[in-house]
Design a protein around this ligand. Structure first.
Ligand code: GLU
Length: 327
């Protein structure tokens, strides 16, 4: 009888120890999440870094460790999130819309039903830069030139194609089109390998600082005939690129007319609510600090961060927005 009691007590004691240790293990378990961005001279890469920095400060509280990956851009990020290779990514608002509805790059694969919006961030403009010696003053002057319209995973590739089409140009016929990654383009203009290149990015960016700092003088080329694009596509808006950010550019104008989109933060329906909630809470609760992390966030407001989203908002994000009265 006594022996039985001792055994039972020992058993209970072991159970308590076992349960105790399993709780500690659960708490110490780290959830690793990766944010897909873009080329390292763009604004997505530092944006991923800014989000990761804010979230990783609370690593002990949430058990979340955020890392950032440089990628081919918006289309790559959305596809990698859908494949489960990335948990989060930065993507252009037009790409979020197209993926959600099964358009453009997603025409064959159909609507990406698990794509979820988290928030939007800075504005991006669609720009064309050209070497001054190539005499390109409008899109029509691209005829016969060597022009990079961007790699296949890039968000800006379709912006370039749309801008060209609105100006009566077909990249497959009218010039020598290259499919280069953004980060490679400035160097290849300097080397004389290409004459001009498109890119869609927030400002100021390291990309355009680099592109306008070389010995081969470079200028921004206005993108005209955007009215038809804006009328046709709900995600495009008129925009202007301010030259004060790039004193090295050969332009004399203060701003260059063009059209633009927004950078947005996206995820998958498969990413747990508590992970998305934690990231949204940290970015929004520390909004003042976040907004200081990149000059492209100047003028950003919490309310504006909930616009430009076309995929359903992830429930983890929605929980926070409802708690603070943003939704
Ligand atoms: N908008 C670009 C793209 O998706 C990336 C811009 C950036 O990296 O800041 O291709």
């Amino acid at each position: 009888m006594k022996k039985g009691l001792i055994l039972a007590t020992a058993f209970l004691f072991t159970m308590v120890l076992f349960m105790g240790s399993s709780v500690t293990e659960t708490q110490a378990k780290t959830t690793f999440v990766t944010i897909g961005t873009g080329g390292i001279t763009g604004v997505y890469y530092p944006t991923g870094g800014a989000i990761a920095k804010i979230v990783n400060k609370k690593r002990k509280e949430y058990g979340i460790r955020c890392t950032v990956e440089s990628t081919g851009g918006s289309v790559f990020n959305i596809n990698a999130i859908m494949a489960g290779d990335l948990e989060f990514g930065v993507a252009q608002s037009d790409r979020q819309y197209q993926a959600t509805k099964g358009l453009a790059d997603w025409k064959d694969r159909g609507p990406q039903k698990d794509l979820r919006a988290v928030f939007s961030i800075h504005a991006e403009t669609v720009d064309l830069i050209a070497a001054v010696d190539a005499n390109i003053n409008s899109l029509a002057d691209l005829k016969g030139k060597r022009v990079s319209i961007g790699n296949f995973g890039a968000g800006f590739r379709q912006n370039a194609i749309d801008a060209l089409k609105a100006n009566g140009l077909d990249y497959e016929k009218d010039f020598h089109a290259e499919s280069l990654k953004a980060a490679e383009q400035p160097g290849l203009i300097q080397d004389g390998r290409i004459d001009a290149a498109f890119y869609t990015v927030g400002h100021p960016s390291g990309y355009y600082k680099e592109a306008t700092a070389g010995t081969r003088k470079v200028k921004f080329v206005p993108i005209g005939n955007t009215d038809s694009l804006i009328a046709k596509y709900p995600y495009y808006a008129k925009a202007a690129t301010l030259m004060k950010n790039y004193p090295g550019a050969a332009n004399t104008e203060d701003s260059i007319p063009t059209f633009g989109v927004k950078a947005t933060f996206v995820t998958s329906a498969k990413v747990p609510d508590k992970v998305v909630y934690a990231i949204v809470k940290e970015v929004f609760d520390n909004f003042e600090d976040f907004a200081k992390l990149h000059p492209a966030y100047a003028g950003l407001t919490k309310e504006a961060m909930l616009t430009g989203l076309s995929a359903p908002i992830h429930p983890g994000a929605m929980k926070y927005y409802k708690e603070v009265g943003l939704k």
